[in-house]
Design a protein. Structure first.
Length: 72
């Protein structure tokens, strides 16, 4: 089975988690959006950076269409 993420993408996430734990991880364009508040946010930022560099990472998840239907 093929890898979902490249090894270099994993390294990108690892580096971002170190920045998050140190308290130096910033969100937003150019790091102007403030501090990263959660682990999930740090991982999302790292994968986004990896995608921009052209590394193998799945596409960004989008909202589901439709949702649940009400019973009548």
């Amino acid at each position: 089975m093929a890898r979902k993420y490249s090894k270099s993408s994993g390294k990108e996430v690892e580096n971002e988690m170190h920045r998050y734990k140190k308290g130096s991880a910033k969100s937003g364009k150019g790091g102007k959006g403030g501090m990263v508040k959660s682990r999930k946010q740090a991982i999302a930022i790292a994968l986004s950076k990896a995608r921009k560099k052209g590394k193998k990472a799945p596409k960004k998840a989008t909202g589901r269409k439709g949702g649940r239907k009400k019973k009548s």
